[in-house]
Design a protein around this ligand. Structure first.
Ligand code: NAP
Length: 487
C-alpha cells in the first residue's frame, strides 16, 4: 500500500521559490533566478547563500553528526526507505518539476525520478550490511580487525543534467554510512533539490543531517567549507575543468575526494552487429536527456561494412523525433539548458562541417523561443576536429568510419576521458577482447543504457576518481580503521 504524503504539489508555481535549508529550517532568501529553458522565461527564484550561510550549514551538519552516526543502521535504513517511498509517491510531480527547470522531455524526467529514488532504496538495503574484516597476520601471532567508520561531514556538489539522481546517488550512500551532508545543487536546477529536501524532512531525516544551499559564489563557499577541518569529504559531479580546480582546493586540507567528471563515450558498431539493436541502443545512448548526459555516445565509430546502413537508419530515427517544450506530452527532444549550450553545439557542428563533415539531418540551431537545437547526424567526421575531443552535450550524433579492430580501439581511446563506452557485435568473444583494451570505467555490450544503482558508476583517466552506486559506493563515505590485536 502506498503511503499518503502530506507534502504539497511541487509542480505548483507557488513552490518555485525556495530559501536555504539549514539545520532543518527554511531560511528565507532570493537572488538566483531559475529559468524555464523551453521558453527562456524566469520560472522562480531561490536564495543566494553567503560564506556565513555555508558555515552555518557546516555547524548544523556538525551538530547532527554524532546523533546520526550513532543512529542504528536499521533506523537509518528505514528513513532512506521512507524517502524512496515518498519520491515514488510524488514521482509525477517531481518529473514535471525537473522537466520545467531542466527542459528534459517528460519520459526522460520520469525515468530520472525512478532511477534517483532507487538510490535511496538500494542504500536503505546497504545501510544494514556494512561489513568489516577479521584476519590472522601471516605469522599467525596476531589478529587484524578492520572496521568502517563514517568519514565525517560531506560536501556534495551536483550538476544540472540529472538534478534528482546526482543528488540521491550521493545522499543515499552518505546517510547510509552515517555521514551528515551539505548539498550544493547547480544554480540552473535548484528547485528539484529543495523539493527532495522537503520529502526528506517528511521521511524523518533529522535536522542538520541533510542541508541544502544554493549560491552564486560556489568557488568562495566551497573553498571556505573545505578549509574547515570538520569537513572530511568532497563528492563532486560535474565537468572535468571544475573537478580539477576542486581537487587542487581539497588538496590544501587533504580532504578525501570522489569525482564524477566529464565523458566522451565511443559507441563502436562492428560489421557483425544486429543493425536494429545497434540503432535502438544508439538512440538511447545518444538521445536520453537530448544528449545532455555524461554517458552520452559522443562518437559513433562504425565499421566500413555496416557504416552506410547505420547512418541511414540513424538519420531516419533522429529526423523523426519531435522537438518541443520538455513538459509537452508529445516531446521526445527538449531544449538545451541555456543559450550558451546551444552556441557551443553550433560551434562544434560548424567546425566539423568546415573540416569536411556532412549533416544528413539537422545541423542548424532552431530559431524559436527557448534554447533548441535539432537532432542532428554528421557523417564523414574527421577525428581531428573539436567535436571528437569535447563533450557535445546535445542531440548531435557524429559518425566516424573504421576498418580494423585495432583502428576501432585506437580511435575509441584517443581522448583524455574514460567514463563510458558502448560496443555492438554478435561475437561476444570479440566484445570482451575489445572491451579489455578500451580505456573506460563502464562498457555497455549490446546495451545503450548502463546506469543502475546496483552497479559501480565512474570513470578512468580524466573522467574521475572513485565509484558511485553498487556495493562499493558506500565506502566512498567511510574510513577503514585497523585494530592490531594481541589476544
Ligand atoms: P559544472 O559547470 O562543472 O558544475 C557542476 C557543479 O559545480 C554545479 O553545482 C556548479 O555550480 C558547481 N561549480 C562550478 N564551479 C565551481 C567552483 N569553482 N567551485 C565549486 N563548485 C563549482 O558542470 P555542469 O555544467 O553543471 O554539468 C555538466 C558536466 O557534468 C559535464 O561535464 C558532464 O559530463 C558532467 N557530469 C558527469 C557525471 C558523472 O557521473 N561522471 C554525471 C553528470 C554530469 P553552479 O551551477 O552554481 O555554477
Amino acid at each position: 500500500m502506498m503511503l499518503q504524503s502530506k507534502t504539497p504539489n511541487y509542480a505548483d508555481p507557488a513552490l518555485h521559490t525556495a530559501g536555504l535549508f539549514i539545520g532543518g529550517e527554511w531560511l528565507p532568501g532570493d537572488g538566483i533566478p531559475v529559468h524555464d529553458p523551453s521558453t527562456g522565461k524566469v520560472l522562480g527564484e531561490v536564495a543566494d547563500a553567503s560564506v556565513e550561510d555555508a558555515m552555518r550549514a557546516v555547524d548544523a551538519a556538525e551538530a547532527a553528526a554524532a546523533g546520526w552516526s550513532d543512529t542504528p543502521p536499521r533506523q537509518r535504513s528505514e528513513i532512506l526507505r521512507r524517502w524512496f517511498q515518498l519520491m515514488t509517491e510524488h514521482a509525477e510531480e517531481l518529473a514535471r518539476l525537473i522537466s520545467l527547470e531542466n527542459g528534459k522531455a517528460l519520459p526522460d524526467a520520469r525515468g530520472e525520478v525512478a532511477y534517483a529514488a532507487e538510490f535511496f532504496r538500494w542504500y536503505a538495503e546497504e545501510a544494514t550490511r556494512i561489513a568489516g574484516e577479521y584476519r590472522h597476520t601471516p605469522s599467525g601471532a596476531h589478529k587484524i580487525l578492520v572496521d568502517h567508520e563514517p568519514i565525517g561531514i560531506a560536501v556534495l556538489i551536483t550538476p544540472w543534467n540529472f538534478p534528482a539522481a546526482m543528488a540521491t546517488r550521493k545522499i543515499g550512500p552518505a546517510l547510509a554510512a552515517g555521514c551528515t551532508v551539505i548539498l550544493k545543487p547547480a544554480s540552473e536546477t535548484p528547485l528539484t533539490a529543495y523539493a527532495m529536501a522537503r520529502l526528506g524532512e517528511e521521511a524523518g531525516v533529522p535536522p542538520g543531517v541533510v542541508n541544502v544551499l544554493t549560491t552564486s559564489k560556489p568557488s568562495d563557499i566551497t573553498s571556505r567549507m573545505l578549509q574547515d577541518p570538520r569537513v572530511r569529504k568532497l563528492s563532486f559531479t560535474g565537468s572535468t575543468g571544475v573537478g580539477r580546480v576542486l581537487l587542487a582546493e581539497a588538496a590544501k586540507s587533504v580532504v578525501s575526494c570522489s569525482m564524477e567528471l566529464g565523458g566522451n563515450a565511443p559507441f563502436l558498431v562492428f560489421d557483425d552487429a544486429d543493425l536494429d539493436a545497434a540503432l535502438d541502443g544508439a538512440m538511447i545512448a545518444k538521445m536520453r536527456n537530448a544528449g545532455e548526459a555524461c554517458t552520452a555516445a559522443n562518437r559513433f565509430i562504425v565499421q566500413a561494412g555496416i557504416h552506410e546502413a547505420f547512418v541511414a537508419g540513424l538519420t531516419k530515427r533522429m529526423a523523426a523525433l519531435k522537438v518541443g517544450a520538455g513538459y509537452e506530452a508529445e516531446t521526445q527532444c527538449g531544449p538545451m539548458i541555456t543559450k550558451n549550450a546551444v552556441k557551443k553545439i553550433d560551434r562544434l557542428v560548424r567546425d566539423a562541417i568546415a573540416a569536411g563533415a556532412r549533416a544528413t539531418t539537422g545541423g542548424e540551431p532552431l530559431q524559436q523561443d527557448g534554447y533548441f537545437y535539432p537532432p542532428t547526424v554528421l557523417e564523414n567526421v574527421s577525428h581531428d576536429t573539436t567535436i571528437a575531443r569535447e563533450e557535445i552535450f546535445g542531440p548531435v550524433a557524429a559518425v566516424y568510419k573504421f576498418e580494423s579492430e585495432d583502428d576501432a580501439v585506437r580511435l575509441a581511446n584517443d581522448t583524455e576521458y574514460g567514463l563510458a563506452a558502448y560496443l555492438y557485435s554478435r561475437d561476444l568473444k570479440r566484445a570482451m577482447r575489445v572491451g579489455k583494451r578500451l580505456e573506460t570505467g563502464m562498457l555497455g555490450i549490446n546495451r545503450g543504457l548502463m546506469s543502475d544503482p546496483a552497479a559501480p558508476f565512474g570513470g578512468v583517466k580524466q573522467s574521475g576518481l572513485g565509484r558511485e552506486g553498487g556495493v562499493t559506493g558506500i565506502l566512498e563515505f567511510m574510513e577503514p580503521k585497523y585494530y592490531a590485536i594481541e589476544l
